[in-house]
Every structure is written in structure tokens, then in C-alpha cells.
Write a protein that binds this ligand. Structure first.
Ligand code: NAD
Ligand code: UPG
Length: 342
């Protein structure tokens, strides 16, 4: 079956996608520089699928190595490009790191193809919508001015991809706009591995519940929402991984929408931060130690996606609900306690 290159394949979403690609009959090949992941994930993936995926450790910002790899692997028919720096707060402190890593890696990959045909799936984000004017937000909603250099890399990357697909014959591209990926594989052998203090809600919740953090600070509860807490469209990482398989399949069939397309990848349902905490408490049987603090600068108040297009045109729909997201994240945190992965 087709070989699919998964950049950032030892990372959080990449590792789950490697598993789903393999299950769908593809041969995933990973490139990762391990800047935000561990090579131990390869053995974890092997425990799930029974084989160790092919792995190459190098930095995609290295033009020579990237070009040589692509030239030496002419049987790769598709790329899922996860590799990027992704911490919103750090991107404000170190914008050049973000522009450097996220653009050079993308452009090196695209340029390595020159005239050769390639199917390309890109990790974008609902961050491109900013605070949407209407909810659920559709793919045709306007892209708002980015509130961080990280968000800006996603917006500009989408422009680079759209313009490249229009200008050159060989690229067929889909950008997936993820909502809030959470949860872990049902085996609890792979999941999110935040470096240092987690910035995102779910790992902070599970680390607090297991005793690694004293308490969760909720960033504000006086927003213009039914319960006052911010609202997000949480999406189970395994569902998200399957959306990438669907995107590759659509590109292989030929996307009737053309050479560049975007899809929302969420459940279409918004949960407040408080509802997420309550769902976690229900499935874990734990009472979470949390307090409400001040708002976090730049936070979107409410966002959830319209998933009509993904369902009708990508042929993909989320299957797993908020309780499965919470219980799998909790199972993974417990696994990590007994089996730390550094
Ligand atoms: N997790 C989220 O909340 C979220 C939301 C929207 C979009 N995304 C995007 O999805 C993608 C994957 O996110 P994730 O949560 O799995 O992140 P992650 O950090 O777990 O995975 C990214 C992987 O890419 C690798 N990498 C980074 N730069 C590299 C380079 N120059 N060369 C080779 N490898 C490199 C890292 O080592 C890491 O393993 C990213 O592009 C991210 O911006 C993530
Ligand atoms: O310790 C915490 C962490 C988060 N939150 C709140 O939880 C919600 C979700 O926050 P977080 O998990 O940080 O996600 P987002 O801010 O929605 O951003 C994530 O989701 C976006 C959409 O996919 C991506 O673009 C970003 O990179 C990714 O960090 C927000 O209301 C936060 O204020 C807290 O109250 N306390």
C-alpha cells in the first residue's frame, strides 16, 4: 500500500495518525527531530500495531537533508505535515523561532517536490477564525488577524499552500483546521506528552488530578456565555487522526473541489471549561482542585465548528464524545505515572 510520510510523527497527533494510517492499510514513514517528543513513542506505537514504523531523525529546516530524503524515497505518495512549534505563549516570546521552524520546514518539503506529484495534508487550526462572528463557524468565515505569531504561521502557511496549489500542477493539498484536540489512544500507550508545565486545559486537569500540580487555575468565568466560562469544540485525538486518513483518501480519489481545500475538524458541539471539568470529574470519580483566576490574555471566548462540509465532502465525522475524551486522557495520565516516558 501507499507510503505516507508523517512529519512530526512521534508527536501527539502524529503518533495517533501513524496508528490509524497503518490500520487503514498505509505504510507510514516518520520524520521527526524529537524537539518536542521522544523516540520511545516508536516502541509504544509498535505495541499497538505490531511493527515499529520506519523512522528518520532530522530537522526539516535542513534543506539538504530534506531534499535528499525526498529524492531517495520516490515511492512516497502523500505527506501529512504535523511538524511545527506549537506553544502559543512561547511564540509571543520567541516569534523568530516560530517563523523559522514553521515556514522553513514547510517550504523545504514543498520545494523538494518540484515537478513530482504529491498529496499534502497540513495541520491548521481554528485559531485562523479568531473570535468568530457567527457560530458554529464554517470554513468560509473570514480569517481574522492572528493574536499570536504561532497563529500567524498557520494563516500564512494556508496562504502559501493555496498559492502553491494554484501556481504549480503537482500539489494537491488539504488543510485541516483542528478545533481542540484532547484525549489519548484507548490502549493508553500513546497520548499527549507536554513538556514542563502544560499550557492547555486537559493535560493541566489530568496532572492536577494525579497530584503533579496543586491546582488548576481557570482563566475567567465572567464571559458572555451561558455559564460564564469559555467554550471550546473538544475533539478526540483518535477521531482527529482518522480525519487525516480521510483527507489522504480524498486526495487519492481526486478532490472535486480542486487542488486546495480546507475542512473543519471538530465535533460541531461546544462545551464550556466548567462542563469539561464536570465531565472529567464524572468519569474519573475525582474532585478536581480548581479555582477561578483572571482571564488569560488573547483567549477566544467561544468557538465551535460547523462540520457539515467535513461530513459530506471529506466523508468523516467524529465518533467519540466528551466522556471518552476525558476517560482516555485520565487512563493515559495513570499509565504515565507507572511508566514515565521522558
Ligand atoms: N495540539 C493542538 O492543540 C493543536 C491544535 C491545532 C493545530 N495543531 C498543529 O498540529 C500539529 C501537531 O501538533 P501536536 O500537538 O501533535 O504537536 P507535537 O509538538 O506533539 O508534535 C509536533 C512534532 O513535530 C516535531 N518537530 C517540530 N519541528 C520539527 C522540525 N523542524 N523537523 C522535524 N520535526 C519537527 C516535534 O519534535 C514533535 O514531535 C502542529 O502543526 C500543530 O501546530 C495542534
Ligand atoms: O490552565 C488552564 C488552561 C486553559 N484554560 C482554559 O481552557 C480553554 C482552552 O484552553 P487551551 O487548552 O489552552 O486551548 P486554546 O486556547 O483553545 O488553544 C488550543 O487550541 C487551538 C485550536 O486548535 C490551537 O490553535 C492552540 O494552539 C491550542 O493551544 C480556554 O478557555 C482557557 O482559558 C484554563 O482555564 N486554565
Amino acid at each position: 500500500m501507499s507510503k505516507i510520510l508523517v512529519t512530526g510523527g512521534t508527536g501527539y497527533i502524529g503518533s495517533h495518525t501513524v496508528v490509524e494510517l497503518y490500520k487503514a492499510g498505509y505504510t507510514p514513514v516518520i520524520i521527526d527531530n524529537l524537539s518536542n517528543s521522544s523516540s520511545k513513542i516508536l516502541a509504544q506505537i509498535e505495541k499497538i500495531i505490531g511493527v515499529k514504523p520506519e523512522f528518520h531523525q532530522f530537522d526539516l529546516c535542513d534543506t539538504e537533508q530534506t531534499t535528499a530524503f525526498i529524492n531517495n524515497n520516490p515511492d512516497i505518495s502523500g505527506i501529512i505535515h504535523f511538524a511545527a512549534s506549537k506553544a502559543v505563549g512561547e511564540s509571543v516570546q520567541k516569534p523568530l523561532k516560530y517563523y523559522h521552524n514553521n515556514f522553513f520546514s514547510l517550504i523545504n518539503l514543498l520545494e523538494a517536490y518540484q515537478e513530482k506529484k504529491i498529496n499534502f495534508v497540513f495541520s491548521s487550526s481554528c485559531t485562523v477564525y479568531g473570535e468568530p462572528d457567527a457560530l458554529p463557524v464554517t470554513e468560509s468565515a473570514p480569517v481574522k488577524r492572528a493574536s499570536s505569531p504561532y497563529g500567524n504561521t498557520k494563516q500564512i502557511a494556508e496562504e502559501i499552500l493555496a498559492e502553491s496549489a494554484a501556481a504549480y500542477d503537482n500539489y494537491n493539498i488539504i488543510a485541516l483546521r483542528y478545533f481542540n484536540p484532547v484525549g489519548a489512544h484507548e490502549s493508553a500507550l500513546i497520548g499527549e506528552l507536554p513538556l514542563g508545565v502544560p499550557q492547555n486545559l486537559l493535560p493541566f486537569i489530568t496532572q492536577t488530578a494525579i497530584g503533579k500540580r496543586e491546582k488548576l487555575t481557570v482563566f475567567g468565568n465572567d464571559f458572555d456565555t451561558p455559564d460564564g466560562y469559555c467554550i471550546r469544540d473538544f475533539i478526540h485525538v483518535v477521531d482527529l487522526a482518522k480525519a487525516h486518513v480521510a483527507a489522504i483518501q480524498l486526495l487519492e480519489k481526486g478532490n472535486p473541489n480542486g487542488k486546495y481545500d480546507v475542512f473543519n475538524v471538530g465535533t460541531g458541539k461546544g462545551y464550556s471549561v466548567l462542563e469539561a471539568i464536570k465531565a472529567f470529574e464524572k468519569v474519573s470519580g475525582k474532585t478536581l482542585n480548581y479555582e477561578v483566576g483572571p482571564r488569560r490574555e488573547g483567549d477566544i471566548v467561544k468557538v465551535y465548528g460547523d462540520v457539515t462540509k467535513s461530513s459530506s465532502e471529506l466523508g468523516w465525522k467524529a465518533q467519540l464524545g466528551i466522556e471518552e475524551m476525558m476517560s482516555s486522557a485520565w487512563k493515559w495520565e495513570n499509565y504515565l505515572k507507572e511508566n514515565p516516558i521522558e
